[in-house]
Design a protein around this ligand. Sequence first.
Ligand code: ARG
Length: 587
Amino acid sequence: MKKLMELLREEMVKAFAGAGYDEKYAQVNVSNRPDLCQYQCNGALAAAKAYHKAPMVIAEEVVPALLEGPYFEKAEAVRPGFINLTLRNEFLADYVNEMAETEKFGAVQTEEPRTIMIDYGGPNVAKPLHVGHLRSAVIGESVKRICRFVGHKVIGDVHLGDWGLQMGLIITELRKRQPDLPYFDPEFAGEYPEEAPFTIGELEEIYPYANAFSKEHPEYLAEAHQATYELQNGNRGYLALWQHIINVSVTDLKRNYRNLNVEFDLWKKESDAQKYIPDLVKYLKDEGYAYISEGALVVDVKEETDTKEIPPCMILKSDGATLYKTTDLATIVEREKLFDPDTYIYVVDKRQGLYFEQIFRCSKKCKLVPEETEMIFLGFGTMNGKDGKPFKTRDGGVMRLENLIAEIKGAVYDKIMENRQMDESEADEVARKVGVAALKYGDLSNQASKDYIFDTERFTSFDGNTGPYILYTIVRIKSILQKYREMGGDESAKVHAEVNPSELALLLQLGRFSEMVQTAYEEKAPHKVCQYVYELANAFNGFYHETRILNEEDTQKRAGYIALLKVVLGVLETCCDLLGIETPDRM
Ligand code: ARG
C-alpha cells in the first residue's frame, strides 16, 4: 500500500509534467495552515525561477489537472504561487478503509531487508541497574521494534559489561569475608559448588562497598587489579566465581528488563569477545594499521576533513593490557563472523560519541567491516532531576531503576484508586503497565540526544502529552467497542465519507501513519512515534467529545463510527507497541 503522500505526489507530478514543468517541483507537504487547507505544494515558486515565469501563472496552469483527478476536492492557486489542497472525503475514507484491511495498517515495508545489529542496554554485571541504563534500554527497545516493523532483520544484543575491575573488586571483597571458600584455595581440584556463595542482595551491597573501600585503600585496589588480571588469565577458582556473579546478576537483570517490557535477542558479554583479541592484534600489526606510540599500540583514525582533533585509537596499553576499546573492536569481529550485519546501531550515552567515532573509523580503515556497512551512534542525553542536575535519590545517591519504577507505579496506583473501583490485584497490575508507560513515554517523547527532566507528577498525568493519556484514550475506545458489542451492533461496516470536521481531522491523522513510520525509521527516532500518537489521541478525543457515538440513532452512521474507532484503536496500539509500551484493558 502506498503512502498517502506518495499518491498525492504522483498526482502532482502528472499535473506538473502535463503543464510542461519538471516533476522535481511537484513536492507536496502537509499544510502549515490547517485552517486554509490540508496539504500544499510550493513547487510553483521554485519553478518560477527556472522557467522565468510568475509563480502564480505556473500554479494556475497546474491546478486544473489536479481537479480532474480523483483525489482533490479543492486545489487553489493562491498568491504568490502556492497551491492549496483539500482532499475528497471519499478518497480519504477509502484510504483509511484500505489501511484497515492491510497488514500493519499499510505501513511501507522495506524492499531491501538489512541485518541490523543493535547494541543497547549495556548494563554491567554486579552493579545495580541504574537510571543511566534506563535510557539505553528504553530507546534501544523502541528503535529495535521500529526497524523490525518496516521489515528488517534486527538483532538486539544487551552487550553485558562483565570484564572489568568490578569483577576483581568483588572477588577481593569475597575473599576478605569468606576466605575459606574453595574458590580461594589454589590446591582445590574438585568441583566447585553449584550454588553461588551470595544472593543478589549481597552482591549489590558488595560492589559499592568494595568500590568505595578501594578508593581509600591503595593496597586493596592493587589486590583487586591482581584478581582481575588472574581472572582474565584463567584462574580456575576466580572463573567459577565470575560465572556465579554472572548467573545471579543476569537473573536479576532479566527480571528488571521484563518489568520494563524490554527483551534482548542476545545476551552476549564483553568476555565473549576476548578470544578474538590475539588474532585481531596480530592482524592490525601485520597489515600495518597499528603502530607503537609511546609504548602503546595505536591506530591513527584522523581524517583530513576533521575540524576537531580525533586522537588515535588505542588497542593495547604500554603494559600490554587491553582496553574497553579493544573489547568493542573484538566484538565487531565476532559480530561480523556470526551475523554479518549491514547496519550497526549503538544506543549509548552521548558522552561516548568520540569513543564510537574512533571505533567506527578504525573498523572501516582496518577493514574489520565492509566499506558499505552503516555504523550509527545513537547518543542520548542525560535524565535530570527537577533541579536540572543528573537525577539522584533524595539522599543524593544513584537511583536504582527498581526504586524509580516503584515510585512512579505508586503515583499511578493512587490516581487509579482515587476515583475508580478496582480490586487491588488488578489495580496493581494496571498501575505497573501505566507506570512503565509513564516512564517510557516521558523518556521517548524527547528527542533522544537531548537531556530531559524526570518529573513523576507530569509523567503520570492523565492529561497532556503523556503515556497515561495515550493509554487512557485506548481504554476509552476499548470500552466503547465493548459496549457496542454488547448491544449486538453491526461490525462489518466501513468508515464513511460523510464526515464532520473532527472526524475528518481524525481521518487525516490516520492517513499519515505510514509516512510517520518511515520517518521514525529513517531517523531512528521514537519521538516521532510519540508525536504522532499524541496527535492521533487528541484527534480522537476531539471527535469523541463532539460526537454521539453509541447514542447515534442512525444505525448505519453508528456502525461507520465503530469502523473508524477500530482503525484508531489498532493504530494507537501499534504505536504503543513500537514504543515498547503495553496497553491495559481498563484503567
Ligand atoms: N557497559 C557500558 C556502560 O555502562 C555501556 C556499553 C555500551 N556498548 C558498547 N558496545 N560499548 O557504560
